[in-house]
Design a protein around this ligand. Structure first.
Ligand SMILES: [Cu+2]
Length: 171
């Protein structure tokens, strides 16, 4: 009987903890999207002011590329076309072997940001569905400003790991 108040207190504490943690996150960031790790948003305004460079002229903005070590051929198709800023949307990513066979069952991690501003993606896009035929649905894509964005996919097929980076220039 003596244990009862303690147990009750713990039960209440556990019940409240996740809600208050999530609440705190929202207040900290102002929005429900959490910034990517490792990219400080605090220096962003300063970097914006310092930024005067142009987007490189030879930038490959193609939607189909080989991965860095040539393991996979990858193409992307945005379901929002043309891509516009501040709109949450999804992409379909297609992964094939270098000889063109669809790669299903791959583990894919998405990262990115603006190389000229030193910040990451404002959201954490991820693969939410395998569509078959080497296709993957990527949800949670959103770009918060115009300029040069990189979107990087780390692909692990179980046999090979390789990465590919796509460039987008939003105007
Ligand atoms: Cu930026």
């Amino acid at each position: 009987m003596k244990m009862f108040p303690t147990v009750l207190f713990l039960a209440i504490a556990f019940a409240l903890a996740p809600a208050s943690a999530a609440d705190k996150m929202k207040h900290n960031h102002g929005v429900s999207d959490t910034p990517q790790k490792g990219h400080g948003m605090s220096g962003h305004d300063k970097k914006m002011q310092a930024y005067t460079g142009e987007v490189p002229h030879n930038l490959d903005t193609g939607s189909r590329r080989f991965t860095d070590h040539g393991m996979f051929s990858v193409d992307i198709a945005s379901r929002l076309d043309p891509v516009a800023i501040n709109k949450m949307h999804s992409w379909v990513l297609r992964v094939r072997s270098k000889d063109g066979k669809p790669i299903d069952g791959a583990k894919i991690v998405i990262d990115g940001g603006m190389p000229q501003h030193g910040h990451g993606l404002p959201t954490k896009p991820r693969v939410t569905e395998a569509l078959g035929d080497g296709k993957y649905l990527v949800e949670g894509m959103r770009f918060s400003m115009n300029g040069w964005w990189e979107v990087k996919f780390d692909i692990d097929s179980g046999h090979h790991k390789d990465s590919v980076t796509f460039n987008l220039v939003l105007k």
